[in-house]
Design a protein around this ligand. Structure first.
Ligand code: SF4
Length: 167
């Protein structure tokens, strides 16, 4: 599990995550290959299916417009899979972003915590932690073997380039 930065109370109050405007949103949760195996047909989860680009198929939002992740308990605003949520969800509001052939660590400025703490010591410390973590050989291998999670997100703040190929 990736160490978390954002205090739980921010996430529980915010209705941004896990909800999407479009059924095929680039922001919808994309799974690592090993996660597809562990998520599908897991006892206690709703029926899940994965698209050809390895994303969880979203479901219509029962409380309004748009779509939600099938693992979101919209009433409680909680993830049903929190303890084993996908790598991409653990990483959020940080995102691995592809620009041409370059891989960048970026952050979503729509996250209220990030917006309020952009220049804080805590955020800078966390970015140091995250870049060290993502530069571990094991994590670089994981990203190289799961290119589906390298996506061209728009309107994110560039933090730094990640070199996945270095020895
Ligand atoms: S798996 Fe959990 S954290 Fe990830 S999008 Fe779905 S509900 Fe949100």
């Amino acid at each position: 599990m990736i160490k978390q930065l954002i205090p739980q109370e921010y996430c529980l109050k915010c209705s941004g995550c896990c909800r999407f405007n479009k059924e095929d949103s680039v922001w919808s949760p994309c799974l690592l290959d090993e996660e597809i195996i562990s998520f599908i047909d897991k006892d206690g989860f709703p029926a899940l299916s994965v698209s050809s680009d390895k994303r969880l198929h979203l479901v219509a939002n029962p409380q309004g417009e748009g779509f939600i992740c099938p693992l979101l308990d919209a009433k409680e605003n909680k993830c049903r899979a929190y303890q084993m949520r996908p790598f991409e969800c653990q990483l959020y509001p940080f995102l691995i972003c592809l620009r041409g052939k370059k891989v960048h660590l970026t952050v979503d400025l729509n996250c209220p915590y990030v917006k309020e703490n952009l220049n804080s010591f805590e955020l800078k410390e966390y970015i140091n932690y995250l870049t060290d973590y993502l530069n571990l050989p094991k994590q670089r291998k994981l990203l190289l073997e799961n290119p589906q999670i390298l996506q061209a997100y728009e309107e994110v703040l560039y933090i730094m380039e990640l070199d996945l190929t270095k020895e």
